[in-house]
Design a protein around this ligand. Structure first.
Ligand code: ME8
Length: 516
């Protein structure tokens, strides 16, 4: 079975999980579930980013040690992911001994390769983004260009990575692989950034200022810059590096069949430079392969504001879980945001998307299973289930194109349109009329079998996004779990015992904008 390795950013353990984190993590979960269903051996990684000035300051402000704060927050993130049905295989914390050892090995490799030097540095540092910005980037107001928060002037001795050495190779890579950074707007942004000469990267901080980090193996007075530490998590979790081995046998420069490189790094557009410039050049410097793809998605916004802070009096979509269920929130986030672009959150759009689930998919399930019960005693008739064949084929093709091509909204639109067509099939076949006519009993059998077969296909298509509901749909249809895509072609539905039950997506009485 071929493997598939995907990652989310590791989130700062200085704050609570919020809707923005949830979006990226659900996006990753949907892709992971899709690939598993398609038969891939998936490694899905998420976790928390636990070193650096931001964490040190947040812990101090709360009267805790940095590790106490990280323990607490890592627990919060894990609990949030459990509630959202996230199926990650590994939750990494950068304070883990294994990760610290891999970072140390990576730093040694860079130094042994001659890419590290020491220098005095003066620049504008943003604690919020944990990076330096240029004069041009901070503008006359001296704020970071991402969150608009004040930057501080720092002058100190640092160790540097010769990032400039890899500029040309990086530009060539981006040009040679047009789909390496997606969407294209983000690729162009990186190419634009690389139009200027690339500066070297400061990779350490003096311990006198920041103590909370991984010490440099050759200079105990300095700790590793938190972004170098954090990005390395992707390699740590892949198992490609064995830090305990002698230097030549640690796995650098080795194309052995570990999980590295990652198939895709999912990130928000706020951390594009670190992932598309710092990370690949560090990998080049250490003789490691580059990730196969970087997908930088857009932001959820309310009005003009990025959703990551307090939302004032706007209902947090995560709170809608209580009323509509986890799967409805997942569906909204995936179906509403065109993958890669910004989307604005509004309660009435949430309701519109929920209504699709209830009125199209939910309705199809309910009427199909009820008719099997009413007309055939709850047992799906055997024989031909060959209706809707072309429609199913077309929908599956568009679905795989969407999900495989990271345009998830298009894939799920195709899945919903199959449910819509199946409802149309019910109306055109009029099973209630067929049931009254003893001469048309075969036609009724074929209609019902076709509909149940379509439900099985829909369970597979919807499982990545609404996993609990899809499992329920499969169970009610008498199936032994949600089928894999490869099983759909030969799936037999005759003789399955169905149980209609209550509606899969109950109607919720709520007017737009009034969730109170
Ligand atoms: O940047 N809409 O962590 P972080 C969509 N620790 N996605 C959003 C969002 C929004 N409004 N707000 C946040 C860090 N995100 C570093 C990463 S990786 C080696 C280190 C998501 O806690 C989006 O994925 O600030 C964004 O990139 C990430 O949260 C930032 O999370």
């Amino acid at each position: 079975m071929s493997s598939f390795y995907l990652t989310t950013p590791i989130y700062y353990a200085s704050g609570e999980p919020h809707i923005g984190h949830a979006y990226t993590t659900i996006l990753a979960d949907v892709i992971a579930r899709y690939r598993r269903r398609a038969g891939r051996d998936v490694l899905f990684l998420t976790g928390t980013d636990e070193h650096g000035q931001k964490i040190q300051e947040a812990a101090a402000a709360q009267g805790m040690s940095p590790l106490e704060l990280c323990d607490l927050m890592a627990g919060r993130f894990e609990a949030a992911w459990a509630e959202l049905g996230i199926s990650h295989d590994r939750f990494i914390r950068t304070t883990e001994a294994e990760h610290r050892a891999v970072v140390t090995a990576l730093l040694e490799r860079l130094r042994d390769n001659g890419h590290i030097y020491e220098a005095e540095y003066a620049g504008w540092y943003s604690v919020g983004q944990e990076r330096y910005f240029t004069e041009k980037e901070i503008g006359p107001d001296r704020v970071d260009p991402i969150a608009g928060e004040p930057v501080e002037r720092i002058r100190e001795k640092n160790w540097f990575f010769r990032m400039s050495l890899f500029q040309e190779r990086l530009v060539r890579h981006i040009e040679d692989y047009p789909h390496w950074i997606v969407p294209a707007t983000r690729r162009n942004e990186v190419l634009g950034f690389l139009n200027q000469p690339l500066a070297d990267l400061s990779i350490s901080r003096p311990r006198s200022r920041i103590n909370w980090g991984i010490p440099l193996p050759w200079d105990d007075a300095q700790v590793c810059y938190v972004w170098v530490d954090a990005l390395t998590n992707y390699v740590t979790a892949s198992g490609a590096i064995d830090p305990a081995a002698p230097k030549e046998e640690r796995g650098f420069g080795d194309p052995r069949p570990a999980r590295w490189p990652a198939d895709v790094h999912l990130i928000g557009k706020d951390i594009l430079t670190t992932h598309a410039v710092y990370w690949p050049t560090l990998l080049m410097g250490a003789d490691l392969r580059l990730p196969r793809k970087i997908l930088a998605h857009g932001w959820w916004v309310v009005g003009d504001t990025k959703m990551s802070k307090s939302l004032g009096n706007v209902v947090d979509p995560l709170d809608l879980r209580e009323r509509f269920g986890t799967d409805a929130v997942r569906w909204y986030l995936m179906r509403e945001m065109p993958t890669g672009q910004d989307a604005s959150y509004t309660p009435d759009r949430f309701l519109t998307r929920y209504d699709q689930l209830a009125n199209i998919l939910g309705n199809l399930v309910h009427r199909t299973l009820s008719m099997v019960k009413r007309y055939r005693g709850g047992i799906v008739p055997g024989g031909s289930a060959d209706g809707l064949a072309r429609e199913t084929e077309e929908a599956l093709e568009a679905y795989h194109e969407g999900l495989g091509g990271y345009r998830l909204h298009e894939g799920f639109a195709a899945a919903m349109s199959l449910a819509r067509r199946a409802n149309g099939f019910v109306e055109s076949q009029e099973p209630w009329a067929l049931a009254r006519d003893p001469n048309r009993s075969g036609e009724l059998d074929r209609t019902l079998a076709t509909l149940v077969r379509t439900l099985a296909v829909l369970a597979a298509m919807f499982e990545p996004v609404v996993p609990a509901k899809a499992r329920e749909l499969a169970t009610r249809s008498g199936l032994d779990g949600v089928p894999r895509f490869a099983e759909l072609r030969t799936l037999e539905v005759g003789e399955l015992a169905v149980t209609p039950g209550t509606p899969l997506f109950p109607r919720v009485e709520a007017r737009p904008g009034s969730f109170g």
